[in-house]
Design a protein around this ligand. Structure first.
Ligand code: AMP
Length: 201
């Protein structure tokens, strides 16, 4: 059911944005984590906001959330529709650009979870964290650090702090969870007020 931006169905509960890989060759432990996360989000009555694809971890999370009866909003740029095999069994917004995709994902979400992924996921989380650094948003960012997938990124950030490029306090800008249950629990206990939805960018 692809729609246009004017048609996003209202949702009054919590929305969780998942950034994750689109690869079909990812180690199954990562895809399984994405599947379990999608199911957990749906079981808690939260909406899953994601990139709209039917491939890789993205597809696994959306399918499981949908199968568990949850609300899912996918946001897909037109030019990636076939490449990322748009998953059209859920509400999906087809937009004109990557920037538009991310803006809508940010605006529609109360918190962000970053599961293992490739360069696209990296790009998304780096922008998300750099915006947090600029105080453009204050929404929670949780890394789903399955088997230490994200540890090398954290080391880069620590290096940046040691070199005086980033204040040490910025290392508190995200939360690291080692399991899906931990991430769901962290989301549950986080303050994710909807007034954060109206941040200025
Ligand atoms: P990957 O982690 O490389 O498998 O990509 C995960 C998702 O990130 C895919 O849906 C990509 O289309 C998406 N992506 C890659 N680059 C960007 C970008 N600049 N803006 C928005 N999404 C992106």
């Amino acid at each position: 059911m692809p729609t246009t931006s004017a048609e996003i169905r209202p949702f009054s509960g919590h929305s969780v944005c998942l950034f994750c890989g689109s690869s079909e060759t990812a180690d199954p432990k990562y895809t399984e984590a994405a599947r379990a996360f999608g199911q957990g989000v749906a079981e808690r009555g939260w909406r899953l906001v994601y990139g709209g694809g039917g491939v890789g971890l993205m597809g696994a999370s959306a399918r499981s959330a949908h199968a568990a009866g949850g609300r899912v909003l996918g946001v897909m740029p037109e030019f990636l529709r076939s490449r990322e095999r748009l998953f059209d069994e859920v509400e999906t917004l087809v937009v004109g650009s990557m920037h538009e995709r991310k803006q809508i994902m940010y605006d529609e979400s109360d918190a962000f979870v970053v599961a293992p992924g490739g360069i696209g996921t990296l790009e998304e989380v780096i922008e998300l964290l750099s915006w947090k650094r600029l105080d453009l948003h204050g929404k929670p960012v949780i890394f789903l650090d399955i088997d230490g997938f994200w540890q090398s990124l954290f080391r880069v950030m620590e290096h940046s702090v040691e070199a005086g490029m980033t204040p040490a306090s910025f290392l508190q800008a995200w939360t690291v969870c080692r399991t899906v249950d931990e991430a769901l629990e962290a989301l549950n206990s986080m303050d994710t007020p909807s007034n954060l939805k109206h941040d200025q960018r």
